[in-house]
Ligand binder design. Structure first.
Ligand code: HEC
Ligand code: HEC
Ligand code: HEC
Length: 345
């Protein structure tokens, strides 16, 4: 006998299926135990769905530039502090607890090649729902994500020795959690994105560390690096790095006219007014040019600080008054003395 399909019957059947689904969920019959893993077909289906989604969304929702090969040290250091626990790293197995998750994190040395740079960027930036794969904690730090994409790209060919050299995981000392990126000398291991902290003003270092610890900064990398540190520990770190030879010893250099005099016609004050010993701003001379320029550009794009009356945050206003084509010149001129620091004792 043929059953005649009518709208009423279709709606009734759909309602019955929905009710059955609700009943199964309500009775607690959906197996959620991580210990039993997924069926093979479920694993395949979920992974296939994830890969398709990464492909589609990465095609429509990623910036022009998705990879930056110049900052492997900070990315490696961050991988060690934030990703290794789940994914493992060259020569380092994942934590047994994380490996007992369903799904557990794949060894990226084996899977990275399955994804394009754009897809890796999208995954690292946005994370993957229902899997434990977290999103990048700071929005607006695509530069940090780009460096991580490059690092993940290197994993398939990276030896344990290379990974240890990048992260300096074997370097002992009370500030071992800092020196992997900043170097035991606090000079930033020659990286353009890692600032020199040696010889910086102590109060400024502490101010910056407290902002990172309170998650009021804009760096996922530094927020993670100081998470769990107590205020006395932050103070000890500030004391330690401020006392080292570094920025305070940077030799005087021929300053850029804006650093020296500002642009009085455009109400741009001289940088020297604040960025010298005894004034409120951090020391800039001898700092990395790439870092300085990046900070100035970040302030220019920071739409959350537009109120000129906020005296506690003068830099957003000042950075916007610097002509765009002068930023690199100012940064380079400030950084001139930095090379002399490397030879410091
Ligand atoms: C809490 C555990 C966890 C942490 C921490 C974690 N991941 Fe993942 N990650 C996962 C899981 C689980 C998957 C697999 C998702 C899947 O297969 O659907 C994944 C997938 C990925 C993928 C896609 C590759 C693939 O084969 O699926 C990349 C790339 C990745 N993670 C990078 C990172 C980076 C970089 C970090 C650190 C910033 C990180 N992950 C931190 C759990 C984690
Ligand atoms: C994984 C790499 C990494 C680790 C580990 C790390 N840092 Fe950093 N640090 C950075 C990067 C990158 C920046 C620049 C952040 C930005 O772009 O805003 C930075 C910025 C800073 C600043 C701000 C400097 C300034 O001029 O504004 C201070 C202070 C600092 N780090 C101190 C520390 C201390 C102390 C530790 C150890 C507890 C530490 N860092 C661990 C990479 C790291
Ligand atoms: C009114 C005082 C003042 C003037 C003038 C000033 N700054 Fe600043 N600047 C500050 C303060 C205060 C900070 C620290 C802000 C913070 O990180 O919260 C800072 C931070 C910075 C930083 C970040 C440094 C680091 O280590 O993270 C850069 C780069 C910078 N200033 C560049 C400049 C330049 C270039 C000029 C001149 C065009 C300038 N500043 C003029 C007060 C000033």
């Amino acid at each position: 006998m043929m059953v005649k399909i009518t709208w009423r019957r279709v709606v009734f059947a759909l309602c019955a299926v929905a009710a059955l689904g609700m009943a199964v969920a309500w009775l607690g019959l959906v197996p959620i135990a991580a210990s039993s893993g997924h069926w093979r077909i479920t694993t395949w289906f979920l992974h296939w769905t994830m890969q398709n989604s990464a492909r589609t969304y990465s095609a429509i929702n990623t910036p022009e530039k998705v990879r930056d090969d110049d900052g492997l040290i900070s990315a490696a250091g961050h991988f060690r502090q934030a990703c290794q626990v789940c994914h493992g790293a060259p020569g380092v197995p994942p934590s047994p607890v994380m490996h007992a998750a369903t799904p557990h994190a794949p060894d990226l040395a084996g899977t990275a090649a399955e994804y394009t740079d754009r897809e890796l960027f999208w995954i690292v930036r946005h994370g993957i729902k229902y899997t434990g794969m977290p999103a990048w904690p700071e929005t607006g730090r695509d530069d940090e994500v780009r460096r991580m994409v490059s690092f993940v790209r290197q994993l398939p060919t990276m030896s344990p020795q290379q990974y240890r050299a990048l992260t300096q995981a074997t370097e002992p000392g009370p500030f071992a959690r800092c020196t992997g990126c900043h170097g035991a000398d606090g000079l930033g291991r020659g990286q353009q994105d890692v600032p020199v902290i040696a010889g910086q003003k102590r109060d400024y270092l502490l101010h910056a560390l407290r902002l990172h610890a309170a998650r009021k900064s804009f760096s996922a990398i530094m927020q993670t690096a100081v998470s769990g540190m107590s205020d006395p520990q932050l103070q000890a770190a500030a004391d330690h790095f401020a006392a080292m030879p570094g920025l305070k010893d940077a030799p005087p250099v021929a300053p850029h006219p804006i650093v020296q005099n500002g642009l009085p016609g455009d109400q741009l004050p001289a940088c020297r007014n604040c960025h010298t010993p005894g004034r409120p701003g951090p020391l800039l001379e001898g700092q990395r040019a790439g870092y300085l320029a990046e900070r100035l550009r970040a302030w220019r794009g920071d739409e959350t600080v537009v109120d000129v009356r906020k005296p506690q945050d003068p830099m957003a206003v000042i950075a916007r008054r610097i002509p765009e084509d002068e930023i690199d010149a100012i940064a380079t001129s400030l950084a001139q003395g930095g090379s002399a620091l490397v030879k410091a004792p």
